[in-house]
Ligand binder design. Sequence first.
Ligand SMILES: Nc1ncnc2c1ncn2[C@@H]1O[C@H](COP(=O)(O)OP(=O)(O)OP(=O)(O)O)[C@@H](O)[C@H]1O
Ligand SMILES: [Mg+2]
Length: 449
Amino acid sequence: MQAAAQATVSTTGMQRPQAGRPPRGTKRAQFPRKLRFLFQPHRYKVAYGGRAGLKSWGFARALLILGARQPLKILCAREYQASIRDSVHALLKQQVSLLGLDGHYRVQQQSITGTGGTEIIFAGVKNDPQKIKSMEGIDICWVEEAQKVSAESWQVLIPTIRKSGSEIWVSFNPDLPTDPTFRMFVSAPPPGTVTVKTGWEDNPWLSREILREKDYLARVDKEAYDHVWGGQCRSRSDNQVLVGKCVLEDFEPGTDGWDGPYFGADWGFSTDPTALVKLWIHGRDLCVEDEAYGIGVELDEIPALFGAVPGAREHTIRADNSRPETISHIRSRGFSSIMPAEKWAGSIEDGVAFLRSFERIVIHPRCKHFEEESRLYSYKLDRAGNVLPVIADRHNHCMDAARYALEPLIRQSATPGFFFLDEYGGGGDMGGLTGAGQGRSVEAWANGD
Ligand SMILES: Nc1ncnc2c1ncn2[C@@H]1O[C@H](COP(=O)(O)OP(=O)(O)OP(=O)(O)O)[C@@H](O)[C@H]1O
Ligand SMILES: [Mg+2]
């Protein structure tokens, strides 16, 4: 464990902190030494690594403390942002209160403003690149979850942060070594960059739940553990079941054109994960709005775990049918619409085909476990490293919950002799299906049956 450094913030003014004992009335926030660089001037400040590596909390706290000391214009940017109610807005709001800075900041729906003149704004680069380009006078830009920020978005963002002395802060969990963010800030960082790798080992505040998750992955899949907790890049993605489908996007379900919510649950046996997911279908996208996830969750703890997901008590939940007694118990604890999901020969493959039939699987950033599993859910490899057409039975708890949630739709799309005719047209042979059984948006020729 690293020793923690102290950062002080005055509650009475914006003076620089003095050496020695802080003046009366000053609050103290504890920081690990590894994050000291956040309080030193650098053009690019980058923290990357595995889960629970202090990145989000550390960056949020440092920004709020700096913004309480002096007026700063801070942009919290991400690749795409539909609403700011969650993600770093929620994190900053939480940290304002944990740091006791309520007197320094006013948290509004769309922004956070400091009583001393600091302004914190939120934007998605892909949503409106012109708006980003026209921003003036940004002192600090924080790009959180930066692993999937595209090269084009960096090209928009970097020249926008042009004020003298301005800084770009980047935090992320690495995915592939070819991702633009990894190349730009780890493989070949530009001058003026400080890049720090942080991990759970640096975190003296690990909760019992975090430790359980870490130990679970170490036990079931060492390679996945090195990636998720060790912060190492994945070596390949060609065996990923959902390759090319998933995007991490902040979204809010609307009323028009949103089908759902669909809830699905998977039970963990002894030390396995228990998972609940909440999904929507919007156009050709499958949208993952919320999740509940825990390892070694006792039967009596499941209602509280599931109850934290809005709507779970009111809507139908389709659950793994291998534990009817668990379903009965949860039903008796206020989840009156929970029911077993059907399984059939080939239901996993049908489910995967259905998931893949969506144009995109949009995962809300709060669904960390779903996002992680979507990367790790893989086909088996043979000893020579070739991809086999067999799905590995691991990293599938959220994925199974998603299949259960969507079970009636999957069954419908997989029923022989039945298909959805989304597109058809003249010319060619009016014969068979293309992509038969591939789910709800099968491209098909009308065959008149
Ligand atoms: N300064 C701190 N004081 C107290 N607890 C902390 C502090 N920093 C982090 N923690 C605890 O450690 C947990 C993980 O930290 P954090 O969310 O910052 O990690 P991260 O690197 O962003 O992880 P991930 O890669 O999973 O997003 C937090 O949820 C919090 O419980
Ligand atoms: Mg984080």
